[in-house]
Design a protein around this ligand. Structure first.
Ligand code: SF4
Length: 508
């Protein structure tokens, strides 16, 4: 019969642990410790401590910084979880030198350090630059929409919130009158208590909404229109993403193409990005201390979200080499001629009105045949609509009046006038010569433009992939623009430290 060694869980043992030996050379923890101790300046936190003459010694900010950066690099942002790791995980015990900071200390350190984080982000960026990780050849700008610590259910314009508050007050009144009724006849104590609790909760929420309405005006969006405010975090915005509508911030990153180092990181409480090109570029230039000449040598790429006249005017004034795609960029690119075949087939009803492809136009002979096979008459050879030139045709009244395809051709069945059809000939000459938008189109449609723009995707998108999937940072846990901005810079700084670890200091 086989024999095995005895074992028992009912025993205790003591293990000698050397903190030094837990942090192995070549590991991320080792490089992080070296970076903080030798390259960064944690003394920037010292002005916050006023315990020279009395009070308990505080946790060293260098230790807190190491713990927080290590936890964030593993996607752990909860202060309670970080505290637990400092008690249970040997790596965190070693890196914190068994300090075991309380979760409130960690939470306070993260949420109140946005100014210091900004300075540390710059210091890490300088290390990246010294290690030759920044090429300053091409920058790609893009944003990543992430939810924040606020519910979209608490969003609305002043009118919406007033309505919500009135609804709650009405519910409270209804419940109170119901209680009075019940008091007369007597009811189960637990049910009465639960209803009272609900009533108190509703009254408290209505009061909170009123306090918000008293202290805030309607919020204005980028375009100057009224947008929804949020009671919990009024700096955040309700925005559409590919995963649905969220309440959150757009984390914008300017990324250098050489090793995908983030050279500027800013969080904005808005979904639209078209006015963010200028602040992103100015922040990147300031962070890297670039002079005008250096700025002009860098190629700047951004997607159609950043394409608008004021952004192009800024690039033109500053003489920057920008490649900003417009929404029609793909449709003009012959390489994407049949890209729609990869799109999933939807079960949506086909468009009911005829499309322009169903009208047969012969520009040379200036004729047009409508979907019913009738010839249309040439109304105008060349007319200007906006900045474009069109040739216009119109159906014959008699044809259209009795046509069996009226429903699909005209705007409504009641329409009395015949169908008009305009075919685009091109843009006006003046427009072609002067418009910055047209110039950008021509630039980006050129072979060189397409080649440079094609590098944008591989430069900036993997950065967001790394932050959200590899690191695992999927939402902001703080509230308020300043704090969220600090958190975005913190996570961007970790991304850059990982680049130093991987490409400069020979990490595995
Ligand atoms: S409505 Fe007029 S233009 Fe349209 S298909 Fe019929 S005849 Fe042609």
């Amino acid at each position: 019969m086989a024999r095995f060694k005895d074992y028992s869980y009912e025993q205790m043992t003591m293990l000698p642990v050397s903190f030094d030996r837990q942090i192995l050379p070549g590991s991320f923890e080792y490089n992080l410790t070296y970076l903080i101790e030798e390259c960064l300046d944690p003394s920037i936190f010292h002005h916050r401590y006023k315990n020279d003459d009395g009070g308990r010694p505080a946790y060293d900010p260098a230790i807190l910084l190491k713990v927080v950066l290590l936890a964030y690099s593993k996607g752990i942002t909860s202060s309670r979880k970080i505290e637990q790791l400092c008690r249970d995980n040997i790596l965190f015990i070693a890196i914190s030198a068994n300090s075991q900071p309380h979760f409130t200390t960690i939470a306070d350190f993260i949420s109140s350090s946005h100014q210091e984080i900004e300075k540390l982000f710059l210091q890490v960026l300088m290390v990246c630059d010294q290690e030759g990780l920044i090429g300053k050849d091409m920058f790609a700008i893009d944003g990543c929409k992430l939810p924040s610590n606020a519910s979209k259910e608490w969003s609305g314009t002043q009118a919406d919130l007033k309505k919500k508050k009135l609804k709650m007050e009405k519910a409270v009144r209804r419940m109170l009158s119901k209680h009075r009724e019940v008091d007369k006849h007597g009811l189960d104590e637990t049910i009465v208590e639960r209803q009272k609790q609900q009533c108190r909760k509703l009254a408290k929420t209505a009061k909170k909404i009123q306090a918000f309405l008293d202290s805030h005006d309607d919020r204005k969006g980028v375009s100057g229109r009224t947008v929804q405010s949020n009671i919990t975090d009024n700096d955040s915005a309700k925005m559409k993403t590919s995963h649905g509508v969220i309440q959150g911030y757009t984390g914008v990153a300017t990324v250098d193409a050489k090793h995908q180092v983030i050279v500027s990181a800013q969080a904005h409480g808005q979904g639209q990005e078209h006015n963010l090109l200028k602040p992103s570029l100015e922040s990147a230039s300031a962070n890297l201390k670039l002079n005008k000449q250096e700025r002009r040598q860098i190629k700047i790429t951004a997607d159609s979200g950043y394409h608008n006249l004021s952004a192009l005017q800024y690039l033109d004034q500053e003489k920057l080499d920008g490649y900003i795609a417009d929404v029609g960029f793909r449709s003009r690119d012959p390489r994407f001629k049949d890209y729609e075949r990869h799109k999933p087939v939807t079960r949506l009803k086909p468009k009911e009105r005829f499309t322009s492809n169903e009208f047969k136009v012969d520009l040379k002979h200036k004729t047009c045949i409508c979907p019913a096979g009738n010839a249309m008459w040439l109304q105008c050879e060349e007319t200007k609509i906006g900045n474009s030139l069109f040739m216009k045709f119109q159906g014959y009244e008699n044809d259209c009046r009795h046509c069996h395809l009226r429903k699909r051709c005209l705007r409504s069945e009641q329409q009395k006038s015949p169908r008009q059809f305009a075919v685009k000939l091109g843009n006006t000459k003046k427009h072609q010569q002067t418009s910055l938008i047209e110039k950008m189109k021509q630039k980006i449609d050129s072979a060189m433009g397409r080649h440079i723009y094609s590098q944008r995707l591989g430069t900036v998108e993997p950065v967001f992939g790394n932050i959200t999937s590899s690191i695992g940072f999927k939402r902001f846990s703080l509230r308020g623009k300043q704090k969220v901005n600090g958190q975005w810079q913190l996570i961007s700084m970790i991304h850059n430290i990982l680049k130093i670890h991987r490409y400069a200091w020979n990490g595995s």
